[in-house]
Design a protein around this ligand. Structure first.
Ligand code: S3P
Length: 437
């Protein structure tokens, strides 16, 4: 287990290009693997998770080439995955395991999906239900991985996601793409819509009827559609940028420019949260590619102190910033008004129990707060001190407390620091380049 020592900083300044978005990279890898032709991807995530998706595509018969210029070419199987000869190893990636299950369920083979200890502890019943309603046979191990899928012809279903989950939505859409009939899906809380954009980019037709009185928005996908290869650039990952956006809140003269940043509206609520916590965000450029917004932003700290009332993240907003909650919580003690996080029980079944680990590490750094079953209440205006951090081998916990360490008194030791490789291998180098000491 590697450790990193993080020294306090005086300020934060410079420009940064974050790696390609993890969520979009997974989707492009999977749809390219199923499509006909060779897809060429630039700025594919450097994180280990999307590379687990690429490796699974290879096991299923797609060809993956890593070019010396950093681009990745995926030649797809033109609609027919082969029977893999070994288990599909999803590593640490819940997105790979859940979305891939939907992608392969219509293929007449037996697939075994495995993962590391953290992934094996995460709930998988949420995908078994809809996929077995469609006709696939999924055997879980006590509700978890390993998963054995006996695939075959699927029938369309009408499904309402019981929990806000883009991974479950995607599993159903990917299966619906290959089922007979029209699959429809309702979400009570709207989750990230990268799958919808990616499916359209690869040539599928997908419709969305907007919510009306008493009727939630509905997605519909006709089965039996085939996909064609594309050329695409993956936007920068806003969930990776989040660490530095939060770091900018710690210093009055912070100045940070982030370019090629994914600003999809279903992910960009984070920017509103940063503004509410005292950040000043200027959008310098913005353009659209394959339905995704990409832009350049400049972040400073607002001169006027923000409200001294706690900022509340609850309901739909919680789902929209679910991956950013650990870092928001880690820097919350330094904010003027503090932070209340509610409706975040899903955080307990991520790569770790993120509420428990945030609580443990805030305590180690000397913060006072209240832990609730579905969130945290963290008063502002607190000075943290350096401590030894238990990352639980969870990438977002390791990076979140590295940011909290910048504003602390004394050095902080991050145990399990290397877990950052799951989504952001360049994190510590970027931190060193931007932190002014
Ligand atoms: C993701 C969806 C979210 C998120 C995860 C990535 C995706 O999970 O936490 O990091 O790419 O669709 P859920 O769908 O389980 O909420």
């Amino acid at each position: 287990m590697s450790t990193e020592i993080i020294r306090p900083a005086r300020s934060l300044s410079g420009s940064l290009t974050v790696p390609g978005d993890k969520s979009i990279s997974h989707r492009y890898a999977m749809l390219a693997g199923l499509a006909e032709g060779t897809t060429r991807l630039s700025n594919f995530s450097t994180g280990a998770d999307p590379h687990s998706s690429l490796a699974c595509m290879e096991s299923l018969g797609a060809k993956v080439v890593h070019n010396s210029d950093g681009t990745i070419e995926v030649t797809g199987v033109a609609g027919s995955f082969r029977q893999p000869t070994t288990a599909l190893d999803c590593g640490n990636s819940g997105s790979t395991m859940r979305m891939l299950s939907g992608l392969i369920a219509a293929h007449p083979h037996t697939f075994t999906l495995i993962g590391d200890a953290s992934l094996t502890a995460r709930p998988m019943e949420r995908i078994r239900k809809p996929l077995s309603q469609m006709g696939a046979k999924l055997n879980l191990t006590d509700g978890h991985a390993p998963i054995v899928i006996h695939g075959g012809q699927l029938q369309a279903i009408d499904f309402t996601t019981p929990i806000p989950s883009a991974q479950v939505k995607t599993a159903v859409l990917f299966a619906g793409l290959q089922a007979s009939g029209t699959t429809s899906l309702c979400e009570s809380i709207r989750t990230r819509d990268h799958s919808e954009h990616a499916l359209r980019a690869f040539g599928a037709t997908l419709t969305r009827s907007e919510a009306r009185a008493n009727e939630p928005a509905k997605l519909s996908i006709v089965g039996g559609q085939s996909l064609h290869a594309i050329g695409a650039t993956v936007p920068g990952d806003i969930s990776s940028a989040a660490f530095f956006l939060c770091a900018a809140l710690l210093f009055p003269d912070a100045n940070l420019v982030l370019d090629s940043l994914g600003m999809n509206p279903t992910r960009a609520a984070l920017l509103d949260v940063i503004s509410a916590l005292g950040g000043k965000i200027k959008v310098l450029t913005v353009e659209e590619r394959h339905g995704e917004l990409i832009g350049t932003i400049q972040v400073n700290r607002a001169p006027a102190a923000p409200s001294s009332e706690p900022y509340i993240i609850s309901g739909a907003l919680t789902a929209q910033v679910i991956d950013e909650l650990p870092v928001l919580a880690a820097i919350a003690p330094y904010t003027a008004g503090g932070l209340i996080i509610r409706d975040a029980q899903e955080l307990r079944v991520k790569e770790s129990d993120r509420i428990a680990l945030v609580a443990k590490n805030l305590t180690a750094m000397g913060a006072h707060f209240t832990e609730n079953p579905d969130g945290l209440e963290i008063p502002g205006n607190q000075q943290l001190h350096g401590a030894t951090i238990d990352s639980g081998d969870d990438h977002r916990i390791a990076m979140a407390f590295s940011i909290a360490a910048l504003g602390a008194t004394g050095d902080t030791e991050i145990n399990g620091a290397e877990s950052a490789r799951i989504s952001f291998p360049e994190f510590y180098t970027a931190l060193d380049a931007l932190a002014q000491r």
